[in-house]
Design a binder for this molecule. Structure first.
Ligand code: FES
Ligand code: FES
Length: 193
């Protein structure tokens, strides 16, 4: 790391912030004083796993997890409807729990395991087939959020009652009114697990 002051280039040590006049000087300092230390992560760098794939990415403090997944990593299955934590369409699974990616900062996700609808589809989870069979979507915009919420439920409770299914989906809104179909699909998927 270097910086220019009054026309002079100075080198700042990334470990202790001492500065040096030349590259040779900072090199010698690091070899002598910090030989066994790992290079500190640049600010904003996070590591996380999404659908089994490891990512190391620099994020801005205001980025949401939704923005990271959808806009930066191109996993467009996750949808944004309200952007206010009210509709559930942006639901993803984080460390086994259904969470709202529009209300979660990306910077908070360092070290986390994330699962999106793409990962659920790639694993051929029975939910996918049952959702199609039971016509659980009209415009389909809310559907990924429902599928992800259902997957989080079945991971914890593979044989839920209809009441438990309805409770697990209580945070998901559908403007097309597909509500009656979801419990049917989820209960059928549960039989195949
Ligand atoms: S878009 Fe996140 S809850 Fe509605
Ligand atoms: S299927 Fe259109 S919003 Fe749910």
């Amino acid at each position: 790391m270097n910086e220019t002051r009054n026309g002079l280039t100075r080198y700042s040590c990334p470990y202790c912030s001492n500065t040096f006049d030349s590259f040779e000087a900072i090199k010698s300092h690091i070899i002598t004083d910090h030989k066994t230390e790992l290079l500190p992560e640049p600010e904003g760098m996070i590591k996380l796993t999404i659908n089994g794939q490891k990512y190391k990415i620099r994020v801005e403090p205001e980025w949401t997890l939704y923005y990271l997944i959808h806009d930066k990593l191109g996993l467009t299955g996750t949808k944004l409807m309200c952007d206010h934590g009210a509709c559930g369409s942006c639901t993803v699974i984080m460390n086994g729990r259904a969470i709202l990616s529009c209300m979660t900062l990306a910077i908070e996700c360092h070290g986390k395991q994330i699962e999106t609808v793409e990962g659920i589809a790639a694993a051929n989870h029975p939910l996918i087939e049952e959702y199609v069979k039971h016509h659980c979507m009209q415009c389909g915009y809310c559907t990924p959020g429902f599928v992800v919420a259902a997957k989080a439920l079945l991971d914890k409770n593979p044989h839920p009652t209809e009441g438990e299914v309805r409770e697990a989906l209580a945070g998901n809104l559908c403007r097309c009114g597909t509500y009656p179909q979801h419990p049917k699909a989820i209960l059928e998927a549960a039989k195949k697990l």
